[in-house]
Design a protein around this ligand. Structure first.
Ligand SMILES: [Zn+2]
Length: 440
């Protein structure tokens, strides 16, 4: 009875909430008050895929959904912003019959890494993808090791883990776990010899704290790691990017299927591979998965391009509080060879909560902008002085500060014709995009 009542209340409040434009976690919250273990009592689909990690959850989930749907499966999944237990409850119950059967072939869940253990208390994923674990949102997440400890109780012995073989930390989830499939990149055109970045989180083994060595890295400390003491090392991979061709904008998986990229960057390649692996584990054929991914990326993977005065512009959406996301974009700028201007905006640190904490700026490797083709850098937004303080410790020379984003845009519009890169977060990008001529 309580289950039925919880489902009805959830459906009804979801319906009302949509009418008044309210968020998606409240109906689930009501349902959990009525029946706290309702998620144990419903009949879930055969496949339950969960995705968690520091970077790439949303894009991985969207790619998995696109592939499964193209393969003819019905998929229920949560859109951005409702990835804690209340949001997941709303998702499940609004797609359930009054008898409690979820009408779908696959339940696909983006799970907040800190709250995964709550979400999976009453049911567990059949496939659990962990994209990676590294520094992200310090004020709410603390350190990656702490996030690791928060996820650990969410892992059920029967769950099949899909893990990043190139990440020394999240690969530890395989320790003592029976069912694991690995995804990773072979050494390829974009690999380097040594870890990069402003800090060295990968210098010591997360298992025994011994010194770590790297045969090659793809970005930061993500690559072929090898502990010199305990033997913790990159495992053999089940799903492998065997070649990356940035000139042709394509990657090859397992030496045979080719996926076209829309954007010449290593950014996102791990998410693509994770999505491919998860769908293959759910029975999707190689060719189908590859074809859907190529098509999806060409449609959705393009960078936002625009014009501002005589500048051709490109928005490189990053994530504040996440230095790895910043570094991938700074690396992209450093690798471009045309003369350019870079506008860095930090105005609202987060779009979900208020914080004025900017210590993460010290984790970002802004020294990458010390390149002859980077003609100047403009620092804008409420936290431009924090940025300026950080830049004063880099070797970048030609930078200036403009607190007002409209004034920075106006000044750029009237001067110069170099390529313009804007580096900022979801929370701030509309503030510049509203002042430029967007390209379709
Ligand atoms: Zn070790």
């Amino acid at each position: 009875m309580r289950k039925l009542f919880a489902i009805m209340v959830c459906k009804l409040s979801h319906f009302v909430g949509r009418l008044v434009g309210k968020g998606s976690s409240l109906p689930g919250k009501f349902a959990l008050k009525i029946c706290p273990d309702v998620l144990r009592r419903v009949k879930l689909p055969e496949h339950i895929i969960a995705v968690t990690g520091s970077n790439g959850k949303t894009s991985t989930v969207e790619m998995i959904a696109a592939i499964l749907q193209a393969d003819g499966k019905t998929v229920v999944y949560n859109k951005e912003g409702s990835n804690q237990i209340e949001g997941v409850t709303t998702l499940v119950l609004t797609h359930a019959t009054l008898g409690g059967r979820v009408r779908a072939d696959v339940l696909l869940i983006e799970s907040d890494e800190r709250y995964a253990a709550h979400t999976f208390r009453y049911f567990h994923p059949t496939e659990f993808v962990v994209t990676n674990l590294y520094r992200d949102q310090l004020t709410r997440n603390g350190h990656p090791e702490w996030v690791y400890d928060s996820i650990l109780p969410a892992i059920h012995p029967e769950t099949e883990l899909l893990l990043n073989a190139d990440d020394p930390l999240s690969s530890c989830f395989a320790r003592g776990h029976g069912r694991v499939k690995w995804f990773g990149l072979d050494k390829c055109s974009v690999s380097g010899d040594e870890p990069t970045g402003a800090y060295r989180d990968g210098a010591y083994c997360p298992v025994c704290h011994g010194p770590m060595e790297y045969d090659y890295v793809h970005y930061n400390h993500i690559g072929a790691f090898r502990c010199t003491k305990c033997g913790h090392r990159k495992p053999e991979t089940d799903y492998t990017v065997t070649a990356v061709d940035l000139d042709e904008s394509a990657v090859t998986i397992d030496g045979e299927v080719r996926i076209a990229l829309a954007f010449r960057s290593i950014y996102n390649i791990y998410n693509i591979l994770a999505a491919y692996a998860a769908c293959r584990e759910c029975g999707v054929g190689r060719e189908t998965a590859a074809a859907v991914l190529s098509n999806y990326l060409l449609k959705n993977g393009r960078m936002q391009r625009f014009r501002l005065g005589a500048h051709e512009g490109m928005l490189l959406t990053s994530k504040h509080e996440n230095s790895v996301a910043y570094d991938t974009n700074l690396r992209y700028i450093a690798a471009s060879d045309r003369d350019c201007v870079v506008l860095v905006i930090v105005d609202a640190v987060s779009r979900k909560y208020f914080t004025s904490e900017t210590s993460w700026l010290w984790d970002v490797d802004f020294d990458r902008l010390r390149a002859p083709h980077v003609k100047r850098v403009v620092l804008a937004g409420r936290y431009c002085n924090d940025l300026a303080e950080r830049f004063s410790y880099t070797g970048v020379e030609n930078w200036s500060v403009e607190p007002s984003i409209p004034a920075a845009a106006a000044e750029l519009k009237s001067t110069g014709d170099e390529e313009l890169f804007v580096v900022t977060c979801f929370s701030d990008r509309a503030k510049i995009l509203s002042r430029v001529e967007k390209e379709a």
